[in-house]
Design a protein around this ligand. Structure first.
Ligand code: BGP
Length: 460
């Protein structure tokens, strides 16, 4: 074994409720924004496939836990669907949902797989969205109440909790770039949504610490896209620094250090984009930093200085401060159109070590989406050697970071099995297991056999 990981390393995979459960209108679940958007605009979803029937985990979780066990998982991330647990977003717990999540958690534990439970993965209950979603301060309080219910219901058995997955994505998708409901394009509203998400996060952490959580940890999962400048010219460096402020530090700094970066506040203030705050928010954020950080890493962000000044009459956007840059010779995942830069994982970990108190962390998502993956079937199995290479490449850099003192505890692939992905539906396949979307049959890919060896040897 050339790359040996520390004892107790977390090997597993990540999923989210909307993307795997299916049963969107079964078991007493209420509607969330994905159900609504699909009902209104089904054509915006790849091949018109919506969130109603995804990978069938709701009915097949027992079989899935056995498959996880077979490939050596010792940990697994799921999310709770807020609109399933508390239909409408407020009030009574849906007992059928509580029983479902209890059963999943018990099944995982009985098979020596530690559940990592995330509370929010892009899935606002529709009624709360209709009240304004994250723009509404009342929704922040509803979220804290939902978090309290979840902690009380499952806290006796779950040791790893997460408030949000990639909280910046609903800001970008829903309020800046039009790829999530409610399809608003307005930077000031986006800033409010981001800010309220952060306050909701801090409130949930506060609730968590007020309960007896039996030594459990609470964290947040952030998609960190390291920002690389085209050159070391001051203008390129500045462009890259500002992109980093908007897309990484906007959540990383307050959740880990307890404070927003001053430079980000100054930029927003100068352009009249500051969100509405309430007295006491600053202290709330300061005193509720996380125990644990999940890092989702897919691709870097390459940035260059703006070549032309933004039109001052156009609406404010982060892109006023930088242009994207396609580095010549960069390596691509040609099946998904994303750059592959394995060293990014090392740079993230070293940044956490140097500038974020070496917070305990893990790779909570990393993965390779591939279109039309069936073309790689040979001898009845998808021969996803490209995925094995992709994972290896990232693990090698993660290993190096750990050797140099990074506090990284595990690696979760996105994802356990092929799943439904927001607007892309089943276009890009990510799983260790392929899923036939008609029959829901699961079949191990070559990477499933490979990761079993890796987990058993705690390295490769
Ligand atoms: C992450 C999300 C996941 C998943 C993944 C793959 O940002 O947390 O929910 O969707 O990206 O993305 P895609 O399916 O769009 O390729």
């Amino acid at each position: 074994v050339q790359f040996k990981f520390p004892d107790g390393f977390w090997w597993g995979s990540a999923t989210s409720a909307t993307q795997i459960e299916g049963a969107a209108d079964k078991g007493g679940k209420g509607k969330n924004i994905w159900d609504e958007w699909y009902a209104v605009e089904p054509n915006r979803f790849f091949e018109g496939v919506g969130p109603q029937t995804t990978s069938g985990f709701y009915d097949k979780y027992k079989e899935d836990v056995q498959l996880m066990k077979q490939i050596g998982h010792n940990t697994f991330r799921l999310s709770i669907s807020w609109s399933r647990l508390i239909p409408g977003g407020r009030g009574e717990v849906n007992q059928e949902a509580a029983a479902f999540y209890n059963n999943v958690i018990d099944e995982l534990i009985a098979n020596d797989i530690e559940p990592f439970v995330n509370l929010y993965h892009f899935d606002m209950p529709l009624e709360l969205q209709n009240e304004g979603g994250w723009e509404s301060r009342a929704v922040v309080d509803a979220y804290a109440d939902y978090a309290r219910e979840a902690f009380k219901l499952f806290g006796d058995r779950v040791g790893k909790w997460f408030t949000f997955n990639e909280p910046i994505v609903p800001v970008e998708g829903g309020y800046l770039y039009d790829f999530h409901y409610p399809n608003v394009v307005d930077a000031k509203r986006a800033a409010q949504v981001g800010y309220h998400t952060m306050v909701a996060h801090a409130k949930a952490v506060e609730v968590f610490r007020s309960l007896d959580m039996k030594g459990a940890q609470i964290g947040i999962i952030l998609n960190l896209t390291p920002s690389y400048p085209r050159s070391q010219n001051p203008a390129d460096l500045k462009a890259s620094r500002i992109a980093d402020l908007f897309f990484n530090r906007s959540f990383l700094d307050p959740s880990v250090l307890g404070e927003y970066p001053q430079e980000l506040i100054d930029i927003l203030e100068e352009h009249g984009q500051l969100p509405v705050t309430e007295p006491g928010d600053g202290q709330l954020i300061k005193s509720n930093t996380v125990d644990l950080l999940g890092v989702n890493y897919y691709q870097p962000r390459r940035v260059k200085a703006k070549e032309t000044l933004p039109n001052p009459y156009s609406p404010f956007m982060p892109e006023w401060f930088f242009d994207h840059y396609e580095m010549p010779g960069r390596k691509m995942n040609k099946y998904r159109g994303w750059e592959i830069y394995e060293k990014g994982i090392y740079d993230i970990m070293m940044n956490l070590k140097e500038n974020y108190g070496n917070i305990e962390s893990f790779i909570s998502e990393n993965g390779m989406g591939v279109q039309d993956e069936d073309r790689f079937i040979k001898d009845g199995q998808i021969q996803d050697d490209y995925r094995i290479e992709f994972i290896k490449g990232h693990l090698e850099w993660l290993h190096k970071a750990i050797e140099e003192g990074a506090n990284a505890k595990g690696y979760h692939l996105w994802s356990f099995m092929d799943n439904w992905s927001w607007m892309n539906a089943y276009k890009n396949r990510y799983g260790f297991f392929s899923v036939d979307i008609e029959t829901k049959e699961r079949t191990p890919k070559k990477s499933a056999d490979w990761i079993k060896q890796v987990s058993e040897n705690n390295g490769f």
